[in-house]
Design a protein around this ligand. Sequence first.
Ligand SMILES: Cc1cc2nc3c(=O)[nH]c(=O)nc-3n(C[C@H](O)[C@H](O)[C@H](O)COP(=O)(O)O)c2cc1C
Length: 169
Amino acid sequence: MNTDDVLLLDEDLSAPNLRRVWGSFATGVAVVTALDDGEPIGFTCQSLVSVSLDPPLLSFCPARTSTSWPRLRTVGALCVNILAHDQHDLCRAFARTGTDKFLDVEWAPTGNGSPAVRGAMAHIDATVVGEYDAGDHTIALARVTGVTSDEDQPPLLFFRGTFGGFSGR
Ligand SMILES: Cc1cc2nc3c(=O)[nH]c(=O)nc-3n(C[C@H](O)[C@H](O)[C@H](O)COP(=O)(O)O)c2cc1C
């Protein structure tokens, strides 16, 4: 190996620098919802991943500061609403803590009673089966119990702090 080829990595692992680097990883965006004692709750989430198909498991990572996660975990039944290209306002609204996020939001209950946000490109019902401490976040694991999707919708994408769309090749 030619040592001249070694890539020198930035050793600045501060939160702003890590956030900047991770901004290169474009993701879709979801709103995770539940019905807590008749009150619809939820938060915007990009740390979503399909973990297993058999059994069907998904995961996402709520921050320790999340006020919705302790309630979602207690309810146990939730819905992952995968947002469509035109839902950036909704995405921003659900990223604000302590507000009435469902004001002016049209939704209907899914099979497990969670709010399915109208216009989302997919809805995934799931039941929380585990949670694991992970630094300033929690890794939440949930078993999928029902799915629906609108295949004609383009997705909402998040990249370097801004929203955009997808153009396939
Ligand atoms: C595009 C986008 C993605 C986000 N992804 C996450 C995430 O994966 N986990 C998380 O805890 N917060 C995430 N957030 C931030 C939360 O939505 C935000 O902190 C929200 O206020 C939490 O609301 P809550 O206090 O009701 O839980 C994201 C925000 C945006 C705009």
